[in-house]
Design a protein around this ligand. Structure first.
Ligand SMILES: NC(=O)c1ccc[n+]([C@@H]2O[C@H](COP(=O)([O-])OP(=O)(O)OC[C@H]3O[C@@H](n4cnc5c(N)ncnc54)[C@H](O)[C@@H]3O)[C@@H](O)[C@H]2O)c1
Ligand SMILES: [Fe+2]
Length: 403
């Protein structure tokens, strides 16, 4: 369960979200884009008068030396920095609290996230905790921030989550590892730098996993019943860019142009998801990802084709359009045939990227509970195009079992 709303009747909740999303303005960060843009962001932070900043990151990135130019730039501009590098994949309540402790010790007035979605999400909640007299658990759910967070700046180093533009942060319980969402437009960062040069060392499997996460955001937003003209435009652009550039990024990770296209495509997908929300792929991936510690992108990648096999009957025309923008040979094909081409291409990409369509850790006995939790998350949060019942969801998850 992602977060529980103690209300019956998911259709009325989704209807409420739809109405809310039409009137709720979603802010967007000022975006600096291109190789080297992370240093431009640092200069803007100094221009805006930031004097004392907490950098939230992980040890891997720090040890790779990727953070060094950013720290040097800030320090050369007279900005004092403290670093919290205790973020791990799928950050927990405790990691957020540890970051808040360091922020308080150093009296920081702003937060700079540097890393993948895990560092960005941890930083979002650290900056919200700093200005709201609430525990992390009390911040989980929808619109729980009373006060604006500390000014938040972000430099994503993966092209996947879209957290740099999203209203969401995902935090895992420190004991159960169950994932929960903090959802609030106040969480959208003030500024973001999409700097493809920082991503050239991302290993192929992490590139594949994070890229498939971004693709899943675009696809789920595009088939969502809450999609709008704007979210459609963004989702189609994201799909086009990811389908073209993800295989190239895995083949030659050093190509900055390809990395930059992935960073931009992933942000477009994040914007589309912020407007149109997600679907069963994320609901199922969140539940087993939390239980078996499967990386978020891998969990989405291996669930995506199975869910599309089910959802295609409600969204053939939409999947056909995704096939068309992916450059697949759709001329003369019916929507059903073109939709199938898209799903087949995703399966083929997984093989090329070395991602299996099954999950070794999955236990057959866990499936009923996983399906129950996934449906609870999906039906209270996501505007899915075709509803699943318990048995159908179990059958979809069973497809992930190793034969
Ligand atoms: N807030 C949102 O809108 C949103 C959306 C989707 C997912 N998420 C969350 O984001 C998290 C996943 O984020 P992620 O997929 O970006 O992975 P991640 O942040 O967990 O990073 C994965 C690994 O890649 C390494 N890494 C990151 N950048 C690197 C680089 N440039 N070079 C070398 N190594 C690098 C990290 O050190 C880490 O070990 C999950 O917790 C997921 O639930 C959030
Ligand atoms: Fe995701």
């Amino acid at each position: 369960m992602l977060f529980s709303l103690q209300v019956k009747g998911y259709k009325s909740i989704i209807a409420g979200f739809k109405a809310l999303s039409k009137v709720l303005p979603v802010p967007q960060p000022t975006v600096f884009s291109g190789p080297g843009s992370s240093l431009e962001l640092c200069r803007s932070m100094a221009h805006l008068g930031e004097k004392n900043v907490l950098i939230v990151t992980d040890k891997v990135l720090r040890e790779l030396g990727l953070l060094d130019p950013v720290m040097a730039e800030l320090e050369s501009l007279g900005v004092t920095v403290a670093v919290y590098d205790g973020v791990l994949p799928d950050p927990t309540n405790d990691q957020v609290e540890n970051g808040v402790e360091i922020l308080k010790q150093h009296n920081c007035g702003a937060v700079l996230a540097f890393g993948g979605g895990s560092s960005l999400d941890a930083a979002k909640v650290i900056s919200a905790r700093a200005t709201n007299d609430k525990t992390v658990d009390q911040l989980k759910g929808v619109l729980k921030l009373r006060n604006a967070p500390l000014p938040l700046y972000v430099i994503p180093t993966t092209a996947g989550t879209g957290s740099e533009v999203s209203i969401a942060a995902v935090v895992s319980d420190s004991v159960t590892h169950q994932k929960s969402l903090v959802l609030d437009p106040k969480l959208v960062p003030r500024m973001a730098a999409l700097d493809g040069a920082l991503m050239t060392g991302l290993p192929p499997l992490v590139t594949a996993a994070t890229g498939m996460d971004a693709l899943t955001h675009a696809v789920e937003a595009y088939v969502s019943t809450m999609s709008t003209e704007e979210s459609d435009r963004l989702a189609l652009a994201a799909t086009r860019m990811i389908m073209e550039n993800l295989p190239k990024a895995i083949e030659n990770g050093k190509d900055e142009g390809v990395r930059q296209a992935m960073a931009t495509g992933s942000s477009y997908a994040g914007m589309a998801m912020t407007r149109a929300s997600l679907g069963y792929v994320h609901a199922i991936a969140h539940t087993f990802g939390a239980k078996y510690h499967t990386p978020h992108g891998i969990a989405n990648a291996l669930t995506l084709p199975h869910v599309l096999d089910y959802c295609k009957f409600g969204s053939e025309d939409r999947l056909a359009k995704l096939a068309e923008v992916s450059g697949l040979p759709v001329a003369g094909k019916t929507d059903r045939e073109a939709a199938q081409l898209f799903i087949d291409r995703i399966r083929q990409m997984l093989v090329e990227f070395g991602i299996t369509e099954t999950l070794e850790a999955l236990n057959k006995e866990d499936i009923p509970q996983l399906a129950k939790d996934a449906l609870k998350e999906a039906h209270y949060n996501y505007p899915v195009p075709r509803y699943m019942d318990q048995k159908t969801c179990e059958a979809v998850i069973e497809k992930l079992l190793v034969a």
